[in-house]
Design a protein around this ligand. Structure first.
Ligand code: G6P
Ligand code: ZN
Length: 543
């Protein structure tokens, strides 16, 4: 096996976004594309000499091929050990756990998360650091810099290795260790939750369904929910990972997981249902007749986490991304703990978790997690909900009602306008941003504007500053709108408009959310001149 040094010319646009590099699969399949990005990562982290990495992905099209490329390059770059999930599979939270458990120097996760998979769909690759979390901006910036000047990469002249066999294989001087992707993760879950209580709940007739959407969580959910917790076979739907996710869109929201939502809305539907995304870090929670918005889920989990063994000592603090509703802020206030507001992107929670300032974190984009790993974690959220339901012995619907009657309700919805031409989308944001200072005191539609600003984050742990993280407008009467452009799309620009309205415990708690948010939505569209600038009148996705 010879180490080859191949000359290369930089590819344009290898700039990591909200969650690593995400492009069309065919872009990644260009000769040398993966190699250039991976070598840039290795260079940016000071080389691989003697290091240990974790590598795995969500099993989408091109996952297996890209992993073989990474292994050859890791060997050629002098790594000592690479830990790979069998078949190249690792959910994102399981990869984060392995990095931590095995004290690896970092990890490469192959996923485009909730984006569709296939040769004509999306692919992604991201680097996680030794705490198990996504690389912070300083590291992604260094990677991008490398991609712009790279002149060669190193690889090994060798055949592909069999990823289906557990155990160790030598690849030149590199030891490739193929591990069961589920067992360490399942063991971690057992330390956090009362499996006996959940098993008793399920055997007592409480019915559950989990939709793995033909993505990576299938094997995890089958082991944990069916084998360990006794849910009947078939409780896990679409449990076999497929390279194209069965041609579905593995995004756990009411649009893409509609069959599951229809199931729980039926009179005889299951008591509890949930879904996860392509790489297993997102979650959607449902109860019979009810969809729990991610922001409410975070607030409910924060208020009840102490009922699970892993959190019985209480929470150090909570954190949410800025566009996430402020429902968890009210819980934190009552509990007398800190609540941090960060930019969108799980990487911003890393410092707070490492410093012990926050125990639970969450985002409106269906991500919730805790300090057990450094990624959001779909199945973890499902298990925490089940643990809480097992202790409280009331329905999901009753938990929500009780929560709103205690803390008030933050009506919430996100409206996405997808695949807008990049120019007009950026102009829309720029134009609104330029007028922010003049907005307070003015009215939009029927609403008076109280404040308007651009969100800048000052990391309280390392002092770093992140600018331009979204536009926020607050209205008289407790309403808020946030606007930002997605950092994870692969086609044009996606404008996200996040809408929120607070009703106190004594207020109207049973409105239909879109109805409750109508005037805020109208005011925001008018303010940003949505239709004039983009031609759009209706959102493509409403969550
Ligand atoms: C990924 C990240 C999340 C983030 C989400 C939305 O899933 O891991 O932390 O909230 O993308 O990002 P976007 O930029 O598309 O709104
Ligand atoms: Zn994901």
């Amino acid at each position: 096996m010879t180490i080859l040094t191949q000359a290369c010319t930089p590819f344009e646009g290898q700039k990591p976004g909200t969650s690593g590099l995400r492009k069309k699969t065919k872009v990644f399949m260009q000769p040398g594309y993966v190699e250039c990005f991976v070598q840039s990562i290795f260079n940016a982290i000071g080389g691989l000499d003697g290091k240990t990495l974790v590598v795995g992905g969500d099993g989408r099209y091109f996952n297996a091929e890209a992993i073989q490329t990474i292994l050859r390059m890791a060997a050629a770059n002098g790594a000592a050990r690479v830990i790979v999930g069998r078949g190249g599979l690792l959910s994102t939270p399981a990869a984060s756990n392995l990095i931590r458990q095995r004290r690896a120097d970092g990890g490469l996760i192959l996923s485009a998360s909730h984006n569709p998979g296939g040769i004509d769909a999306d692919f992604g690759l991201k680097y996680n650091i030794s705490n198990g979390g996504p690389a912070p901006e300083s590291v992604t910036a260094a990677i991008f810099e490398q991609t712009q000047s790279l002149s060669s990469y190193k690889t090994l002249d060798t055949d592909a290795i069999d990823l289906a066999q557990l155990g160790e294989v030598m690849l030149g001087g590199l030891c490739v260790e193929i591990v069961d992707p589920v067992s360490d993760y399942a063991a971690l879950m057992q330390t956090l939750f009362d499996f006996d209580a959940i098993r008793a709940l399920i055997s007592g007739g409480f019915s559950i369904r989990f939709d793995a959407m033909h993505a990576v969580t299938g094997p995890y959910a089958r082991t944990i929910l069916e084998d360990m917790l006794g849910a009947p076979e078939g409780a896990v739907l679409n449990g076999v990972p497929l390279v194209d996710f069965g041609k579905g869109h593995p995004d756990p929201n009411p649009i893409w997981a509609k069959p599951l939502v229809d199931m729980v809305m039926a009179k005889d539907g299951p008591d509890f249902a949930a879904a996860s995304d392509g790489d297993g870090d997102r979650n959607m929670i449902l109860g019979r007749g009810v969809y729990v918005t991610p922001s409410d889920s975070l607030a409910v989990l924060a208020a009840n986490a102490h009922l699970a063994p892993g959190y019985s000592q209480g929470l150090a603090g909570v954190a949410r991304s800025m566009p996430t509703s402020r429902a968890c802020d009210r819980v934190a206030e009552v509990m007398g703990i800190a609540c941090y507001e960060t930019p969108t992107g799980w990487k911003f929670f890393g410092n707070l978790l490492d410093a012990g300032r926050a125990t639970l974190c969450g985002e409106e984009s269906a991500g919730t997690g805790s300090d057990h790993v450094r990624e959001k974690d779909g199945l973890w959220a499902v298990l925490l909900w089940l643990n809480i339901l097992a202790v409280r012995q009331i329905s999901v619907q009753e938990i929500l009602q009780d929560h709103w009657q205690t803390y008030g309700r933050n009506y919430y919805s996100r409206h996405d306008y997808e695949a807008i031409a990049t120019g007009p989308a950026q102009d829309l944001m720029q134009n609104l941003s330029d007028t922010l200072a003049d907005l307070p005191g003015r009215t939009a539609g029927s609403l008076a504007i109280e404040t308007a600003d651009q969100f800048t984050y000052h990391d309280p742990v390392d002092g770093s500053v992140s600018h331009n993280q979204g536009l926020r407008i607050s209205f008289a009467g407790g309403g808020r709108a946030v606007l930002r452009l997605s950092g994870t799309g692969t086609e044009g620009a996606t404008l996200r408009i996040y809408l929120e309205l607070y009703e106190p415990p004594t207020g109207k708690l049973d409105m239909e959310p879109q109805q409750a948010l109508r005037s805020i939505s109208a005011a925001t569209r008018a303010l940003c001149q949505l239709t004039e600038r983009t031609g759009r009148t209706e959102p493509d996705v409403v969550t």
